[in-house]
Design a protein around this ligand. Structure first.
Ligand code: SAM
Length: 215
């Protein structure tokens, strides 16, 4: 998702260092201190405009959330949601960074769950290494998650879903819950992402899985 270039975005982000954390590496191993509690930490890699992560944080005040997004022009919408929410969203922080660098921001065991929603599919075989469910990423996530940590993944893209099922099971992870049409019987706890709403309205099935590391 690449929103139109917004020259004012960087300025607004800089004006709110308590929400979009400017130097997250300084908080590595200290996120509980940052949130002021010992609640679990759930993160989303590629959080886009933040509909999912802001909704989850509001629905689950006893869990801390971090949304990771590459682009100023996109993350700015999540920041605006926080600013427009009365009282803010105290259990949410945003990082405008590359999720590939997450080892610099989190210690082992510091993250309790990872969300991947509508990750870029990179359909060409030669780009498979860029898919966020490639084994190199699964290995990266394992460095910040605890033993038996979980990844929760949703997508509209059948090719990416099939690739991910194989990649995740080849990695030795346990597939706990797999749905080929999440909205056929939408769980009451489901919080939609921007992309999810768009594809659901077009009548496309949404695929979802929960996967757990076995070490
Ligand atoms: N999760 C949102 C949703 O479901 O509506 C956005 C989906 S969009 C297709 C994928 C997002 O992931 C884009 O906003 C993109 O900038 C971001 N992204 C892709 N690779 C990333 C990376 N390595 N680190 C952080 N964000 C990334």
């Amino acid at each position: 998702m690449r929103a139109r270039y917004k020259p004012w975005a960087a300025e607004l982000i800089e004006a709110h260092p308590g929400i979009v954390i400017p130097e997250p590496e300084k908080l590595k191993g200290r996120w509980q201190e940052e949130f002021g509690n010992a609640n679990p930490l759930h993160i989303e890699a590629g959080s886009g405009k933040g509909r999912f992560i802001t909704g989850m944080a509001q629905a689950n005040p006893d869990i801390n959330y971090i949304g990771i997004e590459l682009f100023d022009s996109v993350i700015i919408t999540a920041l605006q949601t926080v600013l427009e929410t009365e009282g803010g969203i105290p259990n949410l922080r945003l990082l405008r960074v590359n999720a590939q660098e997450m080892e610099s921001f989190f210690e082992k065991n510091e993250v309790d769950r990872m969300y991947l929603n509508f990750s870029d599919p990179w359909p060409k075989t030669r780009h498979a290494k860029r898919r966020l469910t490639h084994e190199s990423f699964l290995s990266l996530y394992e460095t910040v998650l605890p033993k038996n940590g979980e990844i929760h993944f949703k997508t509209d893209n059948r090719g990416l879903f099939e690739y991910s099922l194989t990649s995740i099971s080849d990695y030795g992870m346990l597939l706990k819950d797999v749905s080929l049409d999440l909205h056929a019987n939408e769980p009451e706890w489901n919080i939609m992402t921007e992309y999810e709403e768009k594809f659901m309205k077009k009548g496309q099935p949404i695929y979802r899985m929960e996967a757990q590391y076995n070490s």
